[in-house]
Design a protein around this ligand. Structure first.
Ligand SMILES: Nc1ncnc2c1ncn2[C@@H]1O[C@H](COP(=O)(O)OP(=O)(O)O)[C@@H](O)[C@H]1O
Ligand SMILES: N[C@@H](CC(=O)OP(=O)(O)O)C(=O)O
Length: 410
């Protein structure tokens, strides 16, 4: 039998009724002739609720204890889903990340998967059972419970799919697939049917949380196709992310339109330093930052997404203590993603112009080959996102010779 890995996010499991509907879907997949491994997230907003409880007790709670706490959310869902499936007359077994052999780095609250030893999962499949796995967690090489960063259940699913040699990995959430912007923030966002792993990786890095960055990176390396679909929807179309999935975009790029999507991060900090630049870079060593500038010993400017930073008070205090030249302020990030977009200054000038025309004063701009990212005030994020989507995505693409050219930008 072919192995299929399915992941159901917190929005698909927010109450027992939805969880029961997921149980029906899993059973139907089994009936269709697959060996099924199901990865689950914590129910609804329960991870946020657990985090809130810890924050009521401490400003910068210990990252180890937070991992112990947050990993519980997924364990509740796995056991309940297994019970619901057993009640339907099928054999099911729930397993924690540790039982599935998910070995991670020791970086609490944002660990990376180093190895997967899925022997127990394989044994259970051999016995004909449906395997339900608690996502978002593993065990470090020092035998500590770790979590994989917000949205990390996607990573569990893809890592297991790769280790088991699964045919495909399906990620179910509350949206029909991947859109050209977060459909909650930009109403005119369009569903994208196909994306390459590289495109999705840039989108995920810049805030498109519908698929997790580490998960896409795994899928890219293992050449696994990812299907993003809506759980409680009759449509099975969704979005496929696969190695050569960008035909539509090649055509658009040829017509002079290189962007595939815009994305945003609302909660982050903008960090600047003068002569303490190198100390700041060293202190932020293990954190994933967008580096706008680093001139060693002279200046640095970065953006740190704070979604997985649970000790922000602590880290801000340590940064400020490095010297009076260090500033840390809350900020957001808006990005335009597209292969080659950072390689031509005309796109940068056009983007910068619409951001300013929207009445926004950007704090900084980071340019890479596949992404343009503006650091701006949090309150301006949605407005900038809409303006950049109008410019780069909603514009009617026509052949270059009679297109409303983005080049004519003055
Ligand atoms: N480009 C995008 N396309 C689709 N959804 C996006 C995008 N960017 C952000 N999102 C958000 O991702 C959410 C789905 O991810 P998530 O909240 O992690 O779901 P789940 O809890 O089901 O895993 C959507 O509700 C949507 O608001
Ligand atoms: N429960 C964790 C992990 C996760 O992957 O969640 P979701 O699949 O609901 O985004 C979180 O809230 O971050």
């Amino acid at each position: 039998m072919s192995i299929l890995v399915q992941k159901y996010g917190g929005s698909s499991l927010s109450d027992l009724e939805r969880l029961s509907a997921v149980a029906d879907k899993v059973v139907a997949t089994r009936e269709a002739g697959h060996d099924v491994v199901v990865v689950v997230s914590a129910m609804g907003d329960s991870t946020d609720e657990l985090l809130e409880m810890a924050r009521e007790l401490a400003g910068s709670p210990s990252r180890r204890e937070l991992d112990m706490l947050l990993s519980v959310g997924e364990r509740i869902s796995m056991a309940l889903l297994s019970i619901a499936i057993q009640e339907r007359g099928y054999e099911a077994v729930s397993l924690t990340g540790s039982q599935c052999g998910i070995i991670t780095t020791h970086n609490h609250s944002n660990a990376r998967i180093m190895d997967v030893r899925p022997f127990r999962v394989q044994d259970e499949l051999e016995l004909g059972r449906i395997v339900i796995v608690a996502g978002y967690q593993g065990t470090s090489y020092r035998r500590e419970v770790t979590t994989l960063g917000r949205g990390g259940s996607d990573t569990t699913a893809v890592a297991l799919a790769a280790a088991l040699g699964a045919d495909a990995c399906e990620i179910y959430s509350d949206v029909e697939g991947v859109f050209s912007a977060d459909p909650r923030a930009v109403l005119s966002a369009k569903q994208l049917l196909e994306l390459s792993h590289e495109e999705m990786l840039e989108m995920a890095r810049s805030g498109a949380r519908v698929l997790n960055e580490q998960a896409v990176e795994f899928a890219r390396r293992a050449k696994i196709a990812l299907y993003a679909r809506k759980t409680h929807s009759p449509s099975t179309r969704g979005t496929v992310v696969r190695p050569d999935g960008f035909h539509e975009r090649v055509e658009r790029a040829e017509m002079g339109q290189p962007a595939v999507a815009v994305s945003h991060i609302e909660r982050g900090v903008h960090i600047q330093a003068g002569e303490s630049a190198d100390e700041v870079i060293a202190l932020l060593g293990e954190r994933d930052c967008v580096v706008c500038e680093w001139t060693p010993e002279q200046r640095c400017e970065l953006f740190l997404d704070t979604e997985n930073v649970h000790d922000l008070e602590d880290i801000s205090a340590k940064l400020r203590a490095l010297g009076d030249d260090v500033t840390v302020e809350r900020a957001g990030l808006v990005s335009v993603v597209g292969q080659g977009i950072g390689g031509q200054t005309r796109w940068v000038r056009q983007g910068h112009k619409v951001v300013k025309e929207a009445g926004i004063k950007p704090l900084s701009l980071a340019i890479s080959l596949s992404r343009l990212s503006w650091i701006i005030q949090t309150a301006d994020v949605k407005r900038a996102l809409g303006a950049l989507h109008d410019l780069f995505i909603s514009m009617d693409v026509k052949p270059a010779h009679h297109a409303p050219s983005l080049e004519a930008d003055s």
